[in-house]
Write a protein that binds this ligand. Structure first.
Ligand code: SF4
Length: 481
């Protein structure tokens, strides 16, 4: 839900995260594992990954070019299949629809599969205020619910906790014996969850792909909790951002082939649930009622923009987070937003207003890695640069709340000065030579200098190669202009 976050809020939380050595170790180790699993898999099994990326990009852009008609087609086909389709233009609308469904059916506890859309609308908090318990069933979500936290990552919500910390949480919150072996921890969670599944009437899930020409939804998961949530309860409610539309199963298969390797470094996840409606006569399981909430929540505004609409191609694989040199130092909570990492930087101000999240655009080093790894080729670095222009009022003024964003004069002047220097070779070389000469002084006096002071709080003074040009000029094979 919307909160205004000031530069000071960010400075404080980022400072805390950077000083948390355990968090940084956990993140580093988790990100390395995810990065290497993906890299090895692509090398071994996906010689045509680039072509697949292009196919995925085209599948998403095709839908975005006519999203309204695909949404309409989906609604018609889903209704024929027996789904009840609801439209929610705001987060509040979505919460109210779910609450009313629960209230009318006398439901007091709802079971939840993993869904970032439900995080986006603040479903758990809303239900709590209305006296309804929302119980998480995904292992990562369960862990963070036990300690009253939000997901730190869009795919792996508790990746900031190592197995020893998880064992302690289970001991303290579930009264389980202290364990740290993954199998034993899984056993504790399974036993706990199996008990929880009994007696629940309503299950909430997210959606990975909504198939327009079939009116079906596709849910990807690894634990089986998604299947339990969508089949074991009498009522299933799926929250689906309208950008999850795809034309056909063929397109969904292409995107699924991109999603699984990118998200967790596997060719396919353990559970792939294709849901075509409620339980039919003669069938032994499945919900008696199936509802789909098509969530807009400012997505139509993003779609209307000539550049930002590309962000709606996102399949929420999370690989841009894993490869981000900012995310891997501070983790997701430091973004103070539902969606962290590069995709979070792009969509958070669009969904919740730039005036509420201006500082988030600074959480990027513009290294470009996110754009290189994104399976659907979203030009994330370009969009982040655009957003920074919006933030300093130099952009197109299309992001909600840009007018009320307090931009820093110092930042604006600094960027103008940098642009002048960087676009003039002679000036650039002169400044670099001067920096090379004076940089060693930074080591001695930096901690007493206003701007450098902040920079050096978490970093070492970089070595500035003032004479780099002179060095490379005479290297064999270098054409120096
Ligand atoms: S922007 Fe691309 S890399 Fe990032 S989560 Fe979305 S699909 Fe994955």
């Amino acid at each position: 839900m919307t909160h205004t976050h000031t530069d000071h809020d960010y400075e404080q939380v980022i400072g805390e995260k950077l000083n948390d050595a355990q968090l940084r170790t956990n993140l580093r180790s988790a990100m390395d594992t995810l990065i290497h699993k993906r890299k090895d898999l692509l090398k071994e099994r996906y010689p045509e990954w680039e072509q697949l990326r292009t196919m995925g990009q085209n599948a998403k852009l095709k839908v975005l070019s006519k999203l309204d008609s695909f949404v309409q087609q989906f609604e018609e086909n889903a209704t024929k299949n027996g789904f009840v389709v609801h439209y929610a233009s705001t987060a509040r609308d979505a919460n109210e629809i779910i609450y009313n469904l629960a209230k009318e059916r006398g439901v007091e506890r709802i079971l939840k599969g993993k869904s970032m859309a439900s995080e986006e609308i603040g479903l758990n908090q809303y239900m709590k205020e209305k006296g309804i318990v929302a119980k998480e069933t995904d292992l990562g979500e369960l862990i963070i619910q036990l300690i009253d936290e939000h997901p730190v990552h869009i795919v792996v919500p508790a990746i900031h906790k190592n197995r020893h910390q998880v064992g302690k949480i289970f001991q303290e919150k579930l009264g389980a014996p202290l364990e740290s072996e993954p199998e034993k921890l899984n056993g504790i969670a399974r036993k706990h969850m199996r008990g929880e599944f009994e007696g629940f009437k309503m299950g909430i899930s997210g959606v990975n792909f909504a198939i327009a020409n079939e009116g079906a939804i596709w849910l990807v998961e690894n634990e089986g909790n998604g299947r339990m949530t969508t089949t074991a309860c009498d009522i299933h409610v799926a929250i689906c951002g309208i950008e999850k539309m795809v034309e056909s199963f063929e397109d969904a298969s292409i995107l699924n082939n991109l999603l699984c390797p990118s998200a967790v470094g596997v060719q396919i996840t353990c559970y792939q649930n294709i849901i075509t409606g409620p339980r039919q006569e003669g069938e032994l399981d499945g919900p008696k009622e199936a509802h789909i909430i098509l969530l807009d929540h400012n997505r139509s505004n993003i779609l209307a923009d000539e550049k930002y609409y590309r962000a709606l191609s996102c399949i929420r694989c999370g690989t841009c987070l894993n490869h981000c040199p900012v995310y891997d130092k501070i983790g997701g909570h430091a973004y103070l937003a539902t969606y962290p990492g590069p995709i979070g930087v792009v969509i958070t101000p669009q969904l919740f207003g730039l005036d509420n999240y201006a500082h988030i655009a600074n959480l990027c080093s513009l290294c470009g890695r996110c754009g290189e790894v994104c399976p659907v080729k979203i030009p994330l670095p370009e969009l982040i640069r655009d957003l920074r222009a919006e933030k300093t009022h130099e952009g197109r003024g299309v992001v909600r709340g840009y007018k009320d964003t307090k931009h820093s004069k110092l930042e604006e002047l600094g960027m103008k000065a940098f642009a002048k220097i960087a676009s003039n070779g002679t000036l650039w070389r002169a400044v670099m030579a001067l920096s090379g000469t004076f940089a060693p002084l930074g080591k001695l006096f930096g901690h007493y200098t206003p701007v450098l002071q902040k920079w050096l709080r978490y970093r070492e003074m970089p070595k500035v190669q003032g004479n780099l040009h002179a060095k490379i000029k005479n290297l064999p094979g270098v054409i120096y202009e």
